[in-house]
Design a protein around this ligand. Sequence first.
Ligand SMILES: [Fe+2]
Length: 567
Amino acid sequence: MKRLPLTRRQMLSGLSASLLLPVGLRVPSVSGSPGNPFQHGVASGDPEQSSTVLWTRLTTTAKSVECGWEVAQTPQFDNILQRGSLATGPQRDHTIKVVVAGLTPGATYYYRFRAGQHTSPTGRTRTLADGALESLGLAVASCSNFPFGYFNAYEAIARDESVEFVLHLGDYLYEYGPDGYGGGIGAQLGRQHNPPREMVSLADYRQRHAQYKADPQSRAMHAAHPLIPLWDDHESTNNPWLGGAENHQPAAEGSWQTRRSVSLQAWYEWMPVREPASDEDPAAYWRHFRFGDLASLVTLETRHTGRVQQIEYDISTLLEMTPASAESFLQDVVGAPGREMLSADMQAFAAAALAESISATRPWRLIGNQIPIARMAAPQLAAADIDYLESRVSSDNLQRAKYFQRLGELGLPLYLDPWDGYPRAREAFYQSCREAGASDLVVLTGDSHSFWQNALYDDTGRAMGIELGTTGITSPGDFLEFGNEGARLMDDRLVASNPEILWTNGISNGYLRVHITPDQLQADFVSVSSILSHDYDTGTLRSLTVRHEGAGLSYAVAGEGTGENTP
Ligand SMILES: [Fe+2]
């Protein structure tokens, strides 16, 4: 296999003054401007053909404050196309959201806000194309966990001029306090979570959103590109379902419905998206983005509108199981009737969107999906693999490796929170896509903190398309507790144990770059060499080309490179 010299040195000596952004865009050091209320930068997103959402937030305690906005064709604002002003206050945490209409499809715009004598940083945004479209560039991101490290991958996205829209698949922020997931590294880096406790109340969620939006690399990404965001679990708390969540204890933390409601309220306040009408369910957040005649992107909601409770493995039961009883467990318990993930409305919306995409003869159908959908059985580990790990990992981690080995022996899924825990729901989704005429899905997936190249099949073995999974912006792969070499071994065994997994890498952080033309989709798995320093490289671990083949899709590897995270 030909190796390509894809690593590119991007020495950055710090972030103090301004990031190197596309022409006309600068992210000023707001900390150097006393009294500047635009501490959280600007953002845009949820685009349509003739409208889009502009966002900012004012750092003030005023009960009511007026904020002006301007949209122009150039970053110099020498020809202002639209302007207006609106008031905000504590009832919406001093956030500002403008839905600007009357825009030209497929056009780039620049925007800024004014409050008193202060002007915000300039943002760049873009509308969706209408009609003929020759190419589309997306960055796909997930799992940006503040304490785990610097958002270098966000900065790389900001600088990536092939990117027109950023699809963030969720875990945009995490709920934990300083003693939770990532807290140890956060303490070392001085990046501990605010507030210094798990977020539960509306005030907590707002404060955490404010912390993430104030990050300079996050501000750079938002200023440079419009966002298409979904939420996954951590925007509320770990592993939620309709009636609760793994990380929600009602006795100490109150009503789950209240917590979910305030988490969504803060999300809508702080994200550049259209807000639900007063008679609409805020949890019902799904979209169909039409990129001209080239591609459809249908986004899913898999957490708060249809999902029944996750099944959890019980260690003592696993020890007693045989492969035959494990098969029965999968059929009768995991695969039981009623184990839904999507609401009926969500599934009907996706099917109708796919049918419209087919009737419009767009060649590409992308699915914005939070959690892995390919079948991922636990890796089958030989005794020699355990011996190899035993010499390298702690006794606790060795026990974890033996747990994975046991799952692998029984042929059980690695995890039951992703679609593998809801096989009936996955099959129902696949069949509704197939009935809509779509068996060429490009499923874009987050959540797992690993890169994935997967092939998708329904229960009868019919091809459903492909899955491209993106790693965490900072959250680490689950096998990294075995070290880089141990993680590589686990990834290799995962591929060998699963016909749907063609390649994976759980070592690196980074993002997925997707470039689409009528004939071909190119996917680049872009890594950052470090998240513990601002001095980092970007590399491309693997490049794929995807083409239509009959009614389905086929992959070809266009290049492999280096640039994994350093241990
Ligand atoms: Fe995550």
